[in-house]
Design a protein around this ligand. Sequence first.
Ligand code: NAD
Length: 497
Amino acid sequence: MSSIRRHAITLIPGDGVGPEVALATQRILDAAAARAGVAFDWEEAEAGASVFLKGDQTGVPQATRDSIDRTRVALKGPLETPVGFGEKSANVTLRKLFETYANVRPARELPGIPSRYKGEGVDMIIVRENIEDLYGGIEHLQAHDVAQALKIITRKGSEKVIRFAYEMALREGRKKVTTASKANILKLTEGLFKSIGEQLAPEYAPIQANHLIIDNVAHQMVKDPAQFDVIVATNLHGDIISDLASGLIGGLGFASSANYGDGVAIFEAVHGSAPKYAGKNVINPTALVLSAAMMLRHIGELDLADQVEDAVLVTLEDGKSIPQDVVRQQGGDIEAAASTTGFTDAVIENLGRKPTSVPTAASRPRPAAPNPHKRWPDGEARRAEVGPATVIGVDIFAETLMPPAEFGTKLAALAGPEFELRIVSARGTVVWPKMSPAFDHPGFFRSRFVARDKSKVVTDEALFALIARVAGVATWFHLEKLRSWNGEEGFTRAQGE
Ligand code: NAD
């Protein structure tokens, strides 16, 4: 009978100011939906501090996972990981559980909102890889005073997020995609990301493609942010530059974000739980409301998304309801600032109006259906393509306080007939056979052994015997096989090697 379009959405109010911004967003969406013959079936779910405090070490209970599994869409407030409860952030857990590999953070100049770049036309989208890189959180204390984190970048993960960035650029009428990396230093990890960007660019020919080193991106974003359109980066770099981007357009109160996977999408504000403002009805809900507009586009409610976004723009443009964070930035009277509920009421009243000082949401290109993802072969097909790995040696990391010359001489003597000690290095710089003039002993070395006879297969037995001999001299704690594929070395050389 009824022609109402219904959408089930998982709503995670979250911690601190989360419930206030979530309620504000829910009210605005429900009001807009009622005008448009749409209804949301909100499935309220828990995650974050309250869950950790109940003893769930993940911060994301099964009922919440099941709800997102069902609805495939979540709108989420900020989550806290209380100190001493759980090892991992509930946010990161959610992103990983649902493989939301693309974190998208737009930064667009907003009317009435002060910023240093007012009038320059800042309008960029940062696409951050969301699963890999240092956020694998794989860390070890290798020696007592030596900590290590593994930076893992995969071809598949990089391809997924870079394609996402290009496809989003096409859908949203963007002109340029900048791949940002630190490939000049991290040749294999960041280098892989950069090279995949270069390989994919021709497939998306109408989009202009370039590559910039991430530090230059930071510099350029502060100097001339309007030059950027879409930027795609690995996880940690993307994390940092997307917060930088929030600062260009008025701060965290306005920074929206979305986490997209192939199945599930999770929408959230960039900001955290701002505990000092919790329960005070003073927080600016705009960031989550704009994230919800992204959610509406994702579920195909394009008109509704435009209406919500336009109502926010009109409210900011009108200047009658100014949230406290903006008043504070302007040095105005805090007492005169709009409360969270007051600002929300104003947005609801403005539903149906269009902004006049900035382009309306509907005037921007509308996202079309995503292009089918083309993927390079992986699994067995990819293995067949790249061929087998050849083991050519081993890096052995060991704790020692021996001077490099003594350590190197001892290890060279025990290399045996199969191996030669090519180098000893300290934190990536060769210290044997030659040493840098300003050597500062870190308490551990990496010794690189390679096969003397390149035509012979290096067996595990030979490696084990070598490791046992090294163990007689120093405490080894980490091993890395040195392998090559079709003559291409799968490891980097040390500084000075
Ligand atoms: P925060 O973003 O919560 O707050 C920092 C400051 O920014 C606030 O004190 C406030 O001055 C301002 N601010 C943030 N959001 C605002 C808004 N909507 N309106 C007006 N002003 C706003 O950062 P924090 O204090 O570093 O983190 C607090 C907690 O939030 C921590 O437990 C952290 O782990 C968590 N956190 C969660 C997320 C997430 O869930 N995605 C993100 C960041 C931080």
